[in-house]
Design a binder for this molecule. Sequence first.
Ligand SMILES: [Fe+2]
Length: 282
Amino acid sequence: MGTQNSTSTASQSFFITQNPDAYSAEDHAVWSILYDRRMQALQATGSRVFLEGAERIGLRPDRVPDLAEVNRRLGARTGWTAVAVSGFLPAREFFASLSNRRFPTTIRVRPRQQLDYLPEPDIFHDVFGHVPLHAHRVFADFLQRFGRAAGAATTAEQVEAMARLFWFTVEFGLMRSRTCGKDGICAYGSGLLSSYGELFHSVESAEVERRPLRLEDVVHQPFRIDRYQPLLFVVESFEQLYEMVGELENWVRAGKLDEVAGGEPGVSEDDLRSFLTPARVA
Ligand SMILES: [Fe+2]
């Protein structure tokens, strides 16, 4: 993708420009395989919000998304945009973007040899997995509010709590809804939506504990990024998420997050980056 990206300014070196004409036939073919596979599985296990969102932002089975086109549709609905980045962003930059309704997305397409496993994010994880949710009014507000709340964090413990809530909702969240398939539970987290192996496991496996999402539980709950999740949290609605982030911000300001339980993840800059874009993005 070397010819595809151009840096915008020196001070914003991680923001780049997508040239949709630079994608090769192979890039489109890989996108197509991933899209078909995932969409088939997601009819039964993905949330309606995701499926409707994918349609609303104009994702196509045969083409790598053109972000300008996605943003025309998305912006008209919720004011969100997907902005191309060259790779991982520092956590602060990432959350600051969210607070401005800008979602950083990588634009590279994974190689065919790594269809099912990729150690870093690509456009399939970032745009297919994340962006359709941004067309939902309440989720869109929740994510912006999350960005603002994270901006208030000043300690490693607070950042750890933020990372845990982000991980168990935006990346690996389950929801309960009448419109969900089996047992009324389906996935809305991007790490599940874009994952070849973990989606069914998360929704159907008896080995997974699915717990109602409560802020006091999730901020103390360690997680590992290198295995299928044995514990996931279920929300009843996106309104619940929106309210919860407001509460999280109150807890930060009240010093209530200064003693979150230890355990994984530890908060290093590298870890932080990986929380925001998990390694298992197949
Ligand atoms: Fe992600």
